[in-house]
Design a protein around this ligand. Structure first.
Ligand SMILES: Cc1cc2nc3c(=O)[nH]c(=O)nc-3n(C[C@H](O)[C@H](O)[C@H](O)COP(=O)(O)OP(=O)(O)OC[C@H]3O[C@@H](n4cnc5c(N)ncnc54)[C@H](O)[C@@H]3O)c2cc1C
Length: 375
């Protein structure tokens, strides 16, 4: 039976990033990925450039647009534009290329990959994980990382993350051309999608469009409304191939590690429940997962509890407020747009959230402080 220091289930963004960090440090890593080849990722690729510090390599080659303006509209009108000041703090990256770049680099550092491959059973023998594959092969490892995304089977098995995960319904499509979106702008369209919003993020010569609904498990199958959204983004041909995906969103503070096992990225339910931002928490969780496993393997610590604490502190504290904002905003979107987006300082604050300069907790504290000072 072949043995590794770390086995990672899932070779997407968080799995590949964790693999690269750990193989760069000299550990033996096996990634188990269920798909034979990487298919198009239903991800718009919007990412705060400040996340560079959580990436294990330079990603300049996969950046498609550097964003200067964020546009907001309510039913295709009432436009608000937020200027992203400073050095292009928000990027649109090509997700398919980013995942591949990370994985190929990890392979260069010695990571091994099994694909397509399916885990049948996981057991523990003499303090080591034994991974039983469907083809009857077995692999052994000291540590196990669960990175199998929103439809994670193994997070539930190890009781990591929320007992009852919450999901956003999403639709993603990629179209040639940019419609009416300027190449250095992203647009958030509110009002058409019930309990959610639509977004348009430009790549070099095409555009990623997404629709997401975040509360009440609302659906996105209203063709008439979806056509209005496409038209509002400047597209006339309305026959598109779409990808539907249920995205696991943040739903409270939970344990994200067990004994020698931890969960990262979407599988850990880290995606922002207000704006569907999942790249940032995928990278942050991969970074700290690798750091904690490294510390265990080099005998500096003897458990992974710091990992759960760090993620809950660094990400969860902001997401508590993100979830609260989502619950109010998507229930009363018209009022939310007037008070939350059209407020004088709001576009700047939203831009600061997107660029990673501020988090929802900072904003909530400011509002509370303002109320206290006024009273
Ligand atoms: C429509 C849409 C648009 C989005 N746009 C943005 C955006 O603009 N910005 C942003 O920050 N976030 C965005 N997100 C969220 C972001 O895409 C995710 O949070 C991110 O992909 C999480 O990465 P991950 O590696 O955890 O999961 P994934 O990328 O889903 O990777 C999981 C991997 O595990 C594999 N796998 C699954 N099950 C198994 C199994 N049993 N065994 C082995 N392998 C398995 C899968 O094949 C996949 O390769 C968007 C999401 C959607 C749905």
């Amino acid at each position: 039976m072949k043995e590794f220091d770390i086995i990672i289930i899932g070779g997407g963004l968080s799995g590949s990033s964790t693999a690269l960090y750990l193989s760069k440090k000299g550990y033996s890593v096996l990634v188990i990925e269920k798909e034979k080849v990487q298919t198009m990722k239903p991800c718009a690729g919007g990412m705060a450039s400040s996340m560079k510090k959580f990436l294990p390599l330079d990603i300049e080659t996969v950046i498609e647009s550097k964003i200067r303006n964020v546009e907001f509209t309510w039913k295709a009108s009432d436009k608000v534009i937020a200027d992203l000041s400073g050095e292009s703090p928000f990027w649109i990256i090509n997700r398919d290329k980013l995942d591949l770049l990370l994985l190929n680099q990890a392979l260069k550092y010695g990571t091994e990959i099994l694909r397509p491959a399916k885990v049948e059973k996981i057991s523990k023998e003499n303090e080591k994980w034994v991974i039983h594959m469907c083809n009857k092969c077995k692999y052994r490892s000291e540590f196990l990382v669960i990175a199998d995304g929103s439809q994670s089977q193994w997070a539930d098995y190890f009781k990591l993350g929320p007992k009852q995960p919450k999901f956003a319904n999403t639709i993603a499509l990629r179209l040639n051309g940019l419609g009416n979106i300027p190449k250095d702008s992203v647009r958030f369209e509110f009002g058409f999608v019930k309990n959610g919003f639509a977004w348009a993020f430009p790549l070099k010569e095409s555009i990623n469009i997404g629709l997401g609904t975040f509360i009440n498990n609302s659906h996105l199958d209203n063709e008439e409304i979806n056509n209005k959204i496409m038209k509002s983004f400047g597209f006339e041909d309305l026959t598109f191939k779409t990808i539907n995906k249920k995205l696991r969103i943040w739903n409270g503070f939970h344990k994200l590690n067990g004994d020698k096992v931890l969960v990262v990225g979407d599988a850990a339910s880290l995606c922002d429940p207000f704006l569907a931002e999942g790249i940032r928490p995928a990278l942050i969780s991969s970074f700290y997962a690798a750091e904690n496993i490294d510390q265990c393997l080099s005998n500096q610590i003897d458990h992974l509890h710091h990992y759960s604490k760090t993620i809950n502190n660094q990400w969860g504290k902001s997401m508590v407020w993100g979830r609260r904002i989502a619950q109010v905003f998507y229930r009363f979107p018209k009022t939310g747009y007037q008070l939350g987006v059209k407020r004088k300082t709001a576009p700047k604050r939203i831009a600061q959230i997107l660029s990673g300069e501020m988090n929802y907790e900072d904003i909530a504290k400011r509002v509370i402080k303002r109320l206290l000072t006024r009273s």
